[in-house]
Each structure stands twice: as C-alpha cells, then as structure tokens.
Design a binder for this molecule. Sequence first.
Ligand code: SF4
Ligand code: SF4
Length: 151
Amino acid sequence: MAMTNPVSIIKGAISLIIGLGVTIKAFFQPVVTCQYPREVIAISPRFRGHTKLVGDDENPDRTRCIVCGMCERSCPSGAIHKVEGEKREGEKKKVATSYILDFSTCSQCGICVEVCPTDALAFSADYNIVGYSREDCRFDLVKEYEKRKTT
Ligand code: SF4
Ligand code: SF4
C-alpha cells in the first residue's frame, strides 16, 4: 500500500483554503447575474432585435408602411418577402397587409430601417426568440403589429 506524502497533504489543504477564500469573497460581492427567466433585465435602447413595424401616429390601426418595397429591394440578405398592401377607402396611401421577415437570414445590418422613407421600421427589443425550425424564425410583421396593438 502506497504511503500518503505529508507534503502533498499540506499542498492540498493550502489549495482548498485558497479556493474557499475565493468562494467566500464572491459570496459577499454584489450580484451581477439575474435569475432568468424568472427575472429579466432592462434591455438597452440600442439593442437590435428583429425589425418591427411602427404604428402610424395619426391612425394607430395601421402601420407607417406604405408598401413602397424599398426595404425588400435593399436588403442584402434577401430576408424580406411578400411586402404587400391594399388601398383602403379614405386612405391616401397603401396600407400594409403582409410583411414577411425571415429572421434566420437577417444580419441585423439596419439598411431596411435606414432606407424606409416613412420610418416604418425599428428594431424590437425581443431577445429570447426560440424555435425548432427555420419556419419559426419567419414573422409576418403586420400580424405581429396587430398582436402588439391588442396587448
Ligand atoms: S436588418 Fe439588414 S439583413 Fe435584416 S432585414 Fe433589414 S436589411 Fe435585411
Ligand atoms: S421601406 Fe418602409 S414603407 Fe417601404 S415597404 Fe419597407 S417598411 Fe414599408
């Protein structure tokens, strides 16, 4: 049977005390993490989630999108599809009825937000999007706006 070396016992004990010292020190320091998902932190206003459509100031029933197609044509990733709309009674401009964003290919470059002539696009603060397929990353931003309006 091998004899335990007293030097290695002392070294082990010193290492244990140093390790415990680090743990005890950290125990009394301010908490820098949060208990997600029970707890969430405030998102920075500069955070870039997926793009969202912004409501019209004069008529919150519609978005500011006039279906010009500039964003769809400018997107370097081809992430914007089916930007469609209709001309409604009493409206001077088209109203968007469909706007598909494929977030799985979006690089969040912001070109669509910059080129929009009516400031109809902004970055959302959604950071916890999950899904099982690419399909789960395709959003109809018009439907999403309708949902946001009612909640
Ligand atoms: S942020 Fe960039 S990549 Fe994403 S949809 Fe807009 S233009 Fe396309
Ligand atoms: S550029 Fe703006 S107004 Fe034009 S289709 Fe895109 S979101 Fe709508």
